[in-house]
Structures are given as C-alpha cells and as structure tokens.
Design a protein around this ligand. Structure first.
Ligand SMILES: NC(=O)c1ccc[n+]([C@@H]2O[C@H](COP(=O)([O-])OP(=O)(O)OC[C@H]3O[C@@H](n4cnc5c(N)ncnc54)[C@H](OP(=O)(O)O)[C@@H]3O)[C@@H](O)[C@H]2O)c1
Length: 346
C-alpha cells in the first residue's frame, strides 16, 4: 500500500522538491494544510494533491502514516510534537528546532510515541557523498586537518520569514546549519569549540562566519573548520576538505540535484587535480525512499532527530558566542559536552 502523507504549509520547498519526491517514491500526499485555502488549492491542483484544508490541525485529524513539516523554523517544535502525539511519523525541515534543548525534547517525544522523526537534510542522501566518505575513509587524503566552506545566496524581498527573528530567521539557521552539518559528518565527531561572528540586518544575522575545532585523538592533530554563510553575497556554494596527503573540493555540495552530474575534485599531494565522476541524483527522492524504508524496518536515518539535536548544539554555541562573547568559552563547552541545561537555553 502507498504510504499516506500529509503536508503542513504550501511552502516553496514542498512545492518544488519534496511533494514531487514523495510522489516519485510511490507515496501519496493525501492532504495539504495551508493558512490560505486559495494558495493551498493552487498548490494541490498543480501537484495532484487530493484534499486541502485551511490551517494545519485538520491535516492531523486525517488517517495518515506520516506528516511533512516545511514551516518556518520557529513553528517546527509545536507541530512536530502535535503530529507525534497524533501517532504520525514526521519528516521535519531543517533546522529541526531553534535549539538543541527543543530538539532533544522532540526526539524524546518520538521515542515515547514509537514514531520516526527525521530532519529533512536532503544533501546527505546524494550518492556523491558516499564517494566523498569512501575517499576519506580509505585514507586517500590522509588525516583530516581543515574543512572550509561557503553557502551564500542573495535573499531577495523583505517578506521572507528568513528576515524575521521571531520565526527563526537568519543565515546561521538557514544555510549555516548545512555547513555545520557537513563539517560534523565529514569529521565524524563533534566539535569541542565553536564560535561565530555575524553581520546583522534588523534582528537577524544576514551573514555569519563560523570557526569549529574537532578534537584530535591519540597522536592525531585536531581538524579545524572555517565556514561562511549568508544572504548578502552572490550565490556561492562549495566545500574544501584538506588532509595530510591531499584534498577534496566539492562544488554545490548541498543542492546538486537530478540532471546535474557534478564531479568531485581530488588532489593528492602536489599532483594534478583529478575529476572523479559522480552520478546525478535527486537527493529529495533518496531521502523519501530512506524515510519509507526506516518506517518499515526501523533502520536509523542518516538524518535522525538525534543528529539534528547534535547539529543544533553547535548552532547554539555559535549563537551564544554572538550574543555573549565574554561568556563564550564556558557556555560553549557546556553545550558541546551535551549538558543541555534548559534553563540556560539561548
Ligand atoms: N531541505 C531543503 O532543501 C530546504 C530548502 C529550503 C527551505 N528549507 C526549510 O523549509 C522550511 C520552509 O522554507 P521555505 O523556503 O519553503 O519557506 P516558505 O516558502 O516561506 O514556506 C513556509 C510556509 O510556512 C507556512 N507558514 C506558516 N506560518 C507562517 C508565517 N508566519 N510566515 C510565513 N510562512 C508561514 C506558509 O504556508 P501556508 O501559508 O500555505 O500555510 C509558508 O508557505 C524552513 O524550515 C527551511 O529551513 C529546506
């Protein structure tokens, strides 16, 4: 039987990528909730969704297997908890919440209700990344020493929720979260230091620069990361991974999509850069397939709620370092050692 989905919000990302991916994976989007019936109906007609309801509660009243939540970031926690309480599996957009404390609560709720909660960090499902991990795991570039990256795009218009601090706006949550996610995944461990500087517009960070340190183990040195993100520069998206024997350069590490065969640039020693071909794929489709499998088999998702919480612990530390530079070292260490004290949630 086809997996039955409901969607909360006629969001851009739902329309452009995730609803088509659910359908391509053999799922059915049975109902879409929207604050505006008109917008909901327009989306439903364009994408072949059978039913539209006004608001989001009506979606959760339907008999569904799972719910996809592409709402502004500040609304994730409320609607994830509600959907879990109603017995649905949930795929929620990134970042999973506004803080690690919130995400831990959401993860615990999913466990308590024995439902799956995944974060829609789609890039991890692109097969290009399996190649990157095998190059690193096989020691082709030696021991990791430095990860650098940029994810920027010019955010047009003033009415996007990304400009609104009350809705969880800002570049760190929106695009910085991808860079931090990738650095943690590449390093295969959590950082023990994190800090950020930002340029502000209104109440949000319109650009930010993040430094992370991933501890070494035994005789091996730490790996450092320098990551820049924002809404102020021209479109830029790349990652460079440097090791003791060579490096990997990835163009468009996060949004490579179907139809795009972006190779991986590999440099070993001072040799020439080789272009390693990578297959084109739709990472959204691969993500939905993985979600369907995990619902069936209990397989742990690459983008579990626990991983989303760990990513938010780093984002918390970065945001705290912006807000309270004087208090930074201790607060950052507390966050990163996993002692997430709700009373000190920032
Ligand atoms: N994984 C990815 O590739 C990817 C890419 C882009 C964005 N995202 C994530 O997806 C989420 C949505 O991003 P988006 O770019 O698709 O945003 P968007 O187009 O602005 O969609 C957000 C939707 O949330 C609903 N909403 C409810 N309350 C709202 C409020 N107060 N203000 C604005 N919208 C409100 C609206 O739906 P109705 O009016 O129909 O109810 C709106 O269409 C974010 O968490 C973002 O980080 C993920």
């Amino acid at each position: 039987m086809a997996v039955r989905w409901g969607v909360l919000g006629a969001a851009r990302i739902a329309r452009q990528a995730v609803i088509p991916a659910i359908q391509a994976a053999g799922g059915v989007v049975e109902v879409l909730g929207s604050r505006s019936l008109e917008r909901g109906l327009e989306t439903a007609r364009a994408l072949g969704v059978a039913e539209v309801v006004e608001g989001y509660q009506g979606v959760l009243d339907r008999d569904l297997d799972c719910v996809y939540i592409p709402l502004p970031n500040s609304l994730h926690k409320r609607w994830v908890l509600e959907a879990l309480r109603r017995g649905r599996h949930v795929l929620c957009e990134k970042p999973l919440a506004l803080s690690a404390v919130e995400a831990v609560e959401m993860d615990q709720a999913a466990r308590a209700h024995q439902r799956l909660l995944g974060e829609a960090v789609m890039y991890r499902y692109h097969p290009r990344w399996a190649l990157v991990h095998s190059l690193i795991g096989d020691g082709v570039i030696g021991e990791l020493r430095q990860i650098s990256g940029n994810f920027s795009f010019p955010l047009e218009g003033d009415d996007d929720y990304r400009w609104d601090p009350g809705l969880g706006g800002g570049a760190l949550y929106d695009v910085g979260s991808y860079l931090i996610n990738a650095a943690r995944w590449i390093a295969g461990r959590e950082p023990d230091l994190a800090e950020a500087v930002a340029a502000w517009r209104g109440g949000v960070d319109q650009a930010a620069s993040v430094s992370l340190r991933f501890p070494g183990s035994g005789a091996s040195a730490p790996c450092l990361a320098g990551l820049a993100c924002g809404f102020a520069a021209a479109e830029a998206q790349w990652l460079a991974i440097e090791g003791t024997k060579g490096g990997i350069l990835l163009d468009r590490p996060f949004t490579a999509w179907h139809g795009e065969a972006l190779p991986i640039s590999l440099r070993v020693g001072s040799g020439l850069v080789q272009q390693i071909p990578a297959p084109p794929a739709d990472p959204y489709l691969e993500m939905i397939r993985a979600f369907h499998r995990a619902m069936d088999t209990g397989e742990v998702l690459l983008t579990s709620a626990a991983d989303g919480a760990a990513n938010l612990a780093v984002l918390d530390a970065c945001r705290l370092s912006l807000a309270q530079p004087g208090a930074r070292p201790l607060a950052v260490r507390q966050r990163l050692s996993g002692r997430l004290d709700p009373a000190s949630s920032a």
